[in-house]
Design a protein around this ligand. Structure first.
Ligand SMILES: NC(=O)c1ccc[n+]([C@@H]2O[C@H](COP(=O)([O-])OP(=O)(O)OC[C@H]3O[C@@H](n4cnc5c(N)ncnc54)[C@H](OP(=O)(O)O)[C@@H]3O)[C@@H](O)[C@H]2O)c1
Length: 276
């Protein structure tokens, strides 16, 4: 087993995730895993970074496939014995022009972006080392979606006592309501992506609280918005390059020893109080 420090980045064959791996290869002292659900795309990405003189490692990972998550967890446990940095970046978004009905968009987006985040983080949590960092890439659309919720739903999502069970129940309610187009009437926003990311932002706070309650107060769990970044997801529109978009995720992934923020939402490297 290697005593080497290790960082893992999900969904990192392109876009912001790829740029996060590039930055971590430069700034993190230890092995950096570029992961991808498609091995070919993953290897191409690794080769591109090799050409820049960087040396990420590769492991396949589909964050929606629990077997794939378990395989990576087991590999890391055997090879490294623990994890120092987990950056969860992988996500999907339907394009605004996508003809898929809203019901389907909700049914696909919530498991991919929200449910997978919970399963991934819970699977890696036992491996997190002292001073470990869990950095989750959420989105400003989570806070925009919160504002579009009913007052009652807003109060639930903002509650400092919100449980993961209650949060999952609310996201299930959203998907169910979306099947009949009743989501707005039930106090939810009109964006499946925004709703999935609201789930992610609220979950970050719950996970941070759980880690504190486990007595692992030096493990920090935070999420962020990378900004409006020029990637495939945005059809190459945006105001930031992927490298610029990687800055805040990398900032929260490498918060120095003794840092305090946990359970927070960052943008432009600053804490934004989304729940007050
Ligand atoms: N771009 C923006 O302006 C913006 C703004 C706010 C938040 N974000 C967030 O930033 C993160 C990265 O977005 P991006 O703009 O870089 O998007 P992107 O270019 O579409 O890249 C998304 C990455 O996630 C991977 N992925 C998707 N589903 C996966 C799965 N089930 N398992 C493993 N990997 C999976 C994709 O792999 P494939 O190549 O195999 O599809 C790809 O590598 C996302 O969480 C996104 O929501 C982006």
């Amino acid at each position: 087993m290697s005593a080497q420090r290790v960082a893992i980045v999900t969904g990192s064959n392109k876009g912001i995730g790829f740029a996060i791996v590039r930055a971590l290869c430069k700034k993190f002292e230890g092995d950096v895993f570029l992961t991808a659900r498609n091995e070919g795309r993953g290897n191409t990405a690794v080769n591109a970074l090799e050409k820049e003189g960087l040396h990420p490692k590769f492991h396949s990972l589909d964050v929606t496939d629990q077997k794939s998550v378990a395989t990576l967890v087991e590999f890391i446990r055997k090879e490294y014995g623990g994890v120092d940095v987990l950056v969860h970046n992988a996500a999907i978004a339907f394009k605004s022009a996508d003809p898929a009905p809203f019901a389907e968009q909700a049914r696909v987006t919530v498991p991919s972006n929200f449910t997978a985040t919970i399963k991934l983080c819970e699977s890696f949590l036992p491996l997190m080392r002292d001073e470990g960092r869990i950095a989750i890439v959420s989105s400003m659309s989570s806070t925009m979606s919160l504002k579009k919720c009913s007052k009652e739903n807003q109060a639930i999502f903002k509650s400092p006592d919100l449980t993961v069970e209650k949060l999952v129940q609310k996201l299930d309610e959203f998907v169910e309501a979306a099947q009949t187009g009743a989501h707005i009437e039930k106090g939810f926003p009109g964006s499946a992506y925004g709703m999935s990311k609201l789930g992610v932002t609220a979950y970050t706070r719950i996970l941070a609280r759980k880690v504190q309650e486990m007595g692992k107060s030096n493990i920090l769990v935070n999420c962020c918005c990378p900004g409006y970044v020029i990637t495939d997801m945005t059809s190459h529109k945006g105001t930031k390059t992927p490298d610029e978009g990687a800055e805040t995720p990398v900032h929260i992934a490498l918060l120095p020893k003794g840092s305090k923020p946990t359970g927070e939402f960052f943008s432009d490297k600053q804490v934004r109080k989304w729940y007050s």
